[in-house]
Each structure stands twice: as structure tokens, then as C-alpha cells.
Design a binder for this molecule. Structure first.
Ligand SMILES: C[S@@+](CC[C@H](N)C(=O)[O-])C[C@H]1O[C@@H](n2cnc3c(N)ncnc32)[C@H](O)[C@@H]1O
Length: 208
């Protein structure tokens, strides 16, 4: 639980910093779930918050929050992020009126490596998508989480990372990496092992 709260606080801070770098940007929050960031946080310069998730989640959240006033315009859309064509259309439409910052908090752990690489590629394909905030879970943490998830009826498929290649190869570069407070390399792992944390990524600049 501490890790989830720490993760959310890091994303809050990094998102406010990103919005001051790109004033007037829209934020596309993929796998937004029941995140209430535009209700509990001032987001100066946020043109619009687009929240995407499973249709049932979007519907329930809209009903729960119907009488709450957000600090920036909020639009909710049903979307499976593995549907590259639908995601591309959302990014293209949102990017028509200015830069787009993407947030994926708590989402990537549900995507198997090919789906993660495809997602990173779809985000990189839209030039107006300028920045991406993503938390990452290491392969060793995902193994521990899977052991706990096994107790849930039906189980849960969870995937960790042992390198940043699935994010970097499709066209992103890490510009900030904040480890979660509770994250630390386990004894015996290489000093280069990934630790759970939140990344800020920019589009890779073309090499001349
Ligand atoms: C752990 S929750 C995180 C919610 C929120 N971002 C937060 O940090 O509080 C993961 C969310 O991702 C959503 N999700 C998982 N797979 C998805 C997919 N393929 N497409 C869209 N949303 C997905 C789930 O429905 C859930 O709301």
C-alpha cells in the first residue's frame, strides 16, 4: 500500500512539473481507473484530462463523480489500450489542439511485453504526444506480486521489466527516474537491476 501511495505522489509531482514545461497540454490518462487527480489536485495549465479505461470502470466512475467539480475539463472514454488503432485515434484527436502528456500509472504491469512495446510505439507515432509518465515494476517485484495474486480466484497475469528496452526501442528516452520509497535492489542482484519507480520519458530526438 505504501508503494501505491508513494507512486501516486510521485506522479502528481512529475505531472505538475510536466504541465509547467508544456503549458496548455492535455493529459491522457490510460488505465485511469478510479484516479481522482483532477478532483483533488490543482493542475495549472491542463487543457483537458482524458481518462481511458474499461467501459464498466468509466461508466461507474462517471456516475460516482457526476456532481463533483474538477479543476480542469475531464473527458472519459472507454478504451482497451491494446487496441492500437483506437488509441492512435484518441491521441490524434486530442493532439489536434496542442501537446499531449500521457500518464500510465499502475497499467504497464498488466501488459505482456509485446503489448507494452506496441503501446510505446503507438504513443511515439504521434508527434504531438510529447511526454509520458509511467511507473515500472521490476521482473523480481512482478514475481512477488504474482505469488500474492495467485490467491485471487482466477489469478492475475502480471508482467515486470528487466530492462527499459520495451519503452526506449520504440522511440522514448528516459529523462527522469524516481525510485519508489519502498523500492530497493534485492541482495545479490546487479547494481544495474531495475527498481520499481516512476519514469518521465520524452520523445527521442532524431540523430542528425
Ligand atoms: C492498478 S489500476 C490503476 C488505476 C489508476 N491509474 C491509479 O493509479 O490509481 C489499473 C487500471 O488499468 C486498467 N486496465 C488494465 N488493462 C487495461 C487495458 N488493456 N485497457 C485499458 N485499461 C486497462 C484497469 O481497468 C484498472 O483501472
Amino acid at each position: 500500500m505504501d508503494e501505491v501511495v508513494g507512486r501516486t505522489v510521485l506522479v502528481d509531482t512529475m505531472l505538475v512539473a510536466a504541465l509547467s514545461r508544456w503549458p496548455g497540454a492535455a493529459v491522457v490518462n490510460l488505465g485511469a481507473g478510479f484516479c481522482t487527480r483532477p478532483y483533488r489536485l490543482d493542475l495549472p495549465g491542463c487543457r483537458e484530462m482524458v481518462e481511458a479505461d474499461d467501459p464498466a470502470v468509466v461508466d461507474l466512475k462517471s456516475r460516482i463523480l457526476h456532481d463533483r467539480r474538477p479543476t480542469c475539463p475531464v473527458r472519459r472514454i472507454p478504451l482497451d489500450v491494446r487496441d492500437g488503432t483506437a488509441l492512435d485515434a484518441v491521441l490524434a484527436a486530442t493532439g489536434r489542439t496542442g501537446p499531449v502528456i500521457v500518464v500510465t500509472e499502475g497499467l504497464l504491469v498488466y501488459l505482456p511485453p509485446p503489448a507494452l512495446t506496441a503501446l510505446a510505439g503507438t504513443l511515439a507515432a504521434q508527434r504531438t504526444t510529447v511526454h509520458w509518465l509511467a511507473d515500472i515494476v521490476s521482473a523480481s517485484s512482478a514475481t512477488q506480486m504474482r505469488d500474492i495474486a495467485r490467491r485471487i480466484p482466477g489469478g492475475l497475469a502480471l508482467f515486470g521489466l528487466d530492462s527499459l528496452a520495451p519503452l526506449e526501442d520504440p522511440g522514448w528516452q528516459v529523462v527522469a527516474y524516481r525510485a519508489l520509497p519502498a523500492a530497493h535492489p534485492r541482495y545479490g542482484t546487479s547494481s544495474r537491476a531495475l527498481v520499481d519507480g516512476v519514469l518521465a520519458l520524452d520523445r527521442q530526438q532524431p540523430t542528425r
